[in-house]
Design a protein around this ligand. Sequence first.
Ligand code: URA
Length: 209
Amino acid sequence: MQNVTIVDHPLVIHKLTHLRKMETPSREFRELVKELSSLMAWEVTKHFPLKEIDIETPICKTTQKVLAEKDVVIVPILRAGLGMVEGFTNIIPKAKIGHIGLYRDPETLQAVEYYKKLPSDIAEREAIIVDPMLATGVSVIHTIRLLKEANCPNIKVVHILACPEGLKAVTAAYPDIPIFCAAIDDHLNDHAYIVPGLGDAGDRLFGTK
Ligand code: URA
């Protein structure tokens, strides 16, 4: 699918298998989500521009490259997205964090916003939306729309697990937005859980089941 990158590094696949296992406790689940997020951040930041600077090694003067400061905002979708933030800020320490809180109305199945706090300079930042699971796509479509309304010039989306139904919905609504995930699972079941999936990511992260 155009604009969808599967980050299928062996370390990612290995950690994802352990994340899926039902016996993995919350403490380990949180650690795995953090590690997977950092590994995915490598791929997501691959295009970051570099600039040349003059430095001196113990041997001689030389011109080498460093990152040309790129302003980033990480946008977790509450609550499961919170589990991915630290993995990203470990790789992009200067990133700001914006928060979007959504729940799905059981009647209309639409996303209802209960919290929004974005940095005031969002229009000058590249946004990376994080949410471990891409299920129906309703939450991420709503979040992309909010960021576009805030004039955010460059938006990417990172999930750990996606499914064909969610990818189809998001790419139909926003074909220009790059999506990164570690795997695309088989399908979404009648309760909107990804199959085989890993269960409820929020409950498993925060031990609320
Ligand atoms: N959200 C989850 O936490 N798990 C799923 O399988 C789908 C949505």
